[in-house]
Design a protein around this ligand. Sequence first.
Ligand code: ZN
Length: 412
Amino acid sequence: MNLEVDGDRLSREIEELARFSDAEAPAVTRIAFTPTDLRARTWLISRCQEARLAVRQDPIGNIFARWTGSDAAAAAVGTGSHIDAIPNAGKYDGVVGVLGGLEAIRTLERGRFRPKHSIELLVFTSEEPTRFGIGCLGSRLLSGTLTAEAARKLIDKDGASLEEVRQRARLGGVLEEVKLPSGYYQAFVELHIEQGPLLEQQKAPLGIVTRIAAPASLRITVEGAGGHAGSVLMPDRKDALCAAAELILAVEKAARTSGATDTVATVGICEVFPGAVNSIPGRVKLAVDLRDTDLRRRDRVMWAIDAEMERIAAKRQVSNHSEVVNADAPAECAPAIIEALSASCAKRGHKFIPMVSRAYHDSLFMSRIARAGILFIPCRNGYSHRPDEYASPEDITRGVRILAETLARLAE
Ligand SMILES: [Zn+2]
């Protein structure tokens, strides 16, 4: 089969989608369910309809665009990713999997391929945790990893509940309807930029993911005692920020001393209250992100952080509260998908390396309900989640060609 990927159109569409942004170009900010995100979704749905795909949205706003196969009742083959972007991000994270997935379908249509199984493009809602504090909201609900009841308790950073936000976005239905019936997908393949430097360093044009690391995130609040920065003397202070500072270093140390380079831990948010130069910090909120390929080691680091928090709190006479936002297990990618991707690379004469995905993706949750896998393409210097994120048109086109080939194999 001839697979002519229209790389020029795809590049143009990536640029067009990047214009739906709340940050100045080249930065992209597109938080889930903001007016900008909703406009981007409308634009994207039009592109899918132009490709004659049947489009539907579920009650959380996951978009499904289906190319119906000759056996319409057979389990579908899915591909896709997300279009939401964290503040000040780039154009390619998620987008390459969505617009690249759409182009893979168009490429197969042009190549006169006739799928037996339907091929479906899936655009997941809120892969990024920016708005509701939890990542992969759409795929967690689809896979039943997050229950509708738990989702209804989510509050965004401005205090609006998920239900309110859904209503404003005019999404009907109840969240219970989001979970997919078992056997809906027989396979799911996600195309994504690597977001790390290994492909570039090893001069490999493609990476086939074998495992996805286990992510966890914690919200920690440290309560001390505020007061006037001039009049409260040092022996009498219970400075919440000083306690938090010790804790941040303890998080770093716990990851560094886990015994494996696979353990990574980051404190990415530190909010100080009241946040005035002449006021002693009375309360600090931290967000901790923790990942490892080994679940037990990841959990040991979590417990070590807990123990350090208790020690610091006792020493500094502050109190603390810690909440586990999520603590997910790692996933193995399905051997059948790894094989289909490898065979596609071999057929088209492209080198690839097997890889661990240290960032998590919607495929982590799709792997709970379907045979799932991820194809990585390089991104310059491994940069991601920043405005200078870049993947070359050649690398994107190659990835789309392998994705198309793989979808064809799985949908035959
Ligand atoms: Zn992503």
